[in-house]
Unconditional design. Sequence first.
Length: 94
Amino acid sequence: MWFQAAVTVLAVARLTRLVATDQITKPWRDNLARRLPERWSYGLYCRWCASIWVAALVIPAVWWTHGSAWVLAPASALACSHLTGLLVRAEPRD
């Protein structure tokens, strides 16, 4: 249960970063922001704000599937990606 919770939290963190700040989603984010009212588009760039919506999608998926491999396998990949990003930041630059 603790492993599942840790993987879920880290997966939410990685997905939130992907949605709110990663360059790969910037064109999508900018396009969507132009179509939304300003008060709503702010949430696309705010990690704190976006994390609520990401968690609202991820947590029920994990809960409803009882942590099946179909959900935990991709969540584990996202969790590893997030941890790797944190560890890379701690390394000294060459």
